[in-house]
Design a protein around this ligand. Structure first.
Ligand code: GSH
Length: 386
């Protein structure tokens, strides 16, 4: 399937995480072609290797099959550090990882909410998009029929993510505040960390592209309320790093390991809105670890040992913005946060002080104090105890 150094991205235009890895491949200058899952090769070779349905999957030219977009990015970065997509100065690197984790994991509730709570207003679009991935050929009705079966599965994610009639006003209000903060930021610089895209931007493209910038209802909201965020989603899918809108902005991260001032309001929302869930998830995970003390490394972090894209270890309840959130635990989000936080914990000297001051100014001290009872890792396409 792969030849001439070309990667194969098994993904789709309407897929959350495909939006993240596609923009990375484009900005990195990696040659790839995108294939959809109805292709016979997906059933014949890819699914048997990964053993649960998921997109995106990346096939490397030397025949490796990678799943999880962060694993894909780390694999390519290790082989090809340039052009730089992860800052190499300490505070910028820690912030980039943190925002990349937040983007990848924390905005599933608004992403799924704006797709499924407004299903009636965008049903044809969703049928067409799910059909595009799942069913080849020109038979529109066959595409829609196949699409509807899978759409119900994803529609049912809303309560798992804590999105209910009681919480929807808060989910929408928090998302709009984030849009406003990002919209202001993208008036100043083209990317989260200044003049160059980074894993922070790729992570944020997960929710912000396929769902929130592309589905008709949230796309209209984003375009009308935060046009600079919409423009950033376009920019993120262009190979060029610079942008005519910012002729004087060098194609680099800011000098002296600085963080753009306009990013601080965004970070404040990250700590406030993801923090409540992370603290509750960490407590639930530590309890789970404590009640399974002799479990071997390599054990699935998942109820009943089930292979799952978004595993859970039970229900979760916590307070957020005056709302009681009842949802499933998200150990994968915790894994991602902890992976990012490890860069912050490794800081020393002046970088440690500068990062600590930033965290203090943006209200993140309690969240950055999270220490998991036992580390997790990814192995064989799933999340396991280290
Ligand atoms: N952590 C994974 C998440 C992948 C993911 O959630 N993919 C979605 C589509 S964008 C999926 O296939 N979900 C299937 C499921 O949840 O069962 C990554 O970063 O690649």
């Amino acid at each position: 399937m792969t030849s001439n150094g070309t990667y194969v991205l098994w993904g789709s235009p309407h897929s959350y995480y495909t939006g993240k890895i596609r923009s990375y491949l484009i900005k990195k200058g990696v040659r790839y072609r995108e294939e959809f899952t109805f292709h016979t090769q997906f059933q014949a070779r890819i699914l048997p290797a990964v053993r649960h349905f998921v997109v995106p999957i990346l096939e490397t030219p030397d025949g490796r099959i990678l799943q999880d977009t962060t694993d894909m990015i780390e694999h390519i970065e290790a082989a090809m550090p340039l052009p730089l997509m992860i800052p190499d100065t300490p505070v910028q690197k820690a912030v980039a990882w943190l925002l990349g984790a937040f983007g990848s994991e924390a905005l599933l509730p608004p992403g799924m909410h704006y797709r499924w709570s407004y299903r009636a207003e965008q049903e044809n679009f969703l049928c067409a998009e799910f059909g595009r991935l799942l069913q080849g050929g020109p038979d529109r009705e066959a595409r829609y029929a196949t699409a509807r079966q899978t759409m119900q599965y994803f529609n049912d994610f809303l309560p798992i993510l804590g999105v209910t009639p009681e919480t929807i006003p808060t989910v929408e209000a928090a998302y709009c505040e984030l849009l406003d903060a990002l919209d202001e930021h993208f008036l100043h610089v083209p990317y989260l960390l200044g003049g160059r895209p980074s894993i922070a931007d790729f992570g944020l493209m997960a929710p912000m592209f396929a769902h929130l910038a592309r589905d008709p209802v949230p796309a209209t909201l984003m375009k009308n309320r935060a046009s600079n965020v919409f423009r950033w989603t376009e920019r993120m899918n262009l190979a060029r790093i610079g942008d005519g809108e910012f002729p004087d902005c060098p194609e680099t991260y800011p000098a002296n390991d600085e963080i753009p001032a306009s990013l601080e309001p965004v970070l404040r929302l990250v700590f406030q809105d993801w923090g409540a869930q992370l603290l509750a998830d960490a407590q639930a995970y530590d309890g789970w670890v404590a009640s399974n003390p002799s479990v071997a490394g390599g054990t699935l972090v998942s109820l009943g040992g089930k292979r799952s894209v978004h595993p859970s270890i039970g229900p979760l309840e916590y307070q957020w913005r005056g709302c009681t959130i009842r949802r499933s635990t998200s150990p994968h989000g915790l894994w991602h946060f902890d992976k990012a936080a490890a860069f912050a914990r490794a800081l020393t000297g002046d970088a440690e002080s500068r990062f600590a001051a930033l965290v203090r100014r943006t209200g993140g001290e309690q969240v950055m104090g999270i220490r998991l009872a036992r580390p997790m890792t990814r192995h064989d396409y799933v999340l396991v105890l280290a």
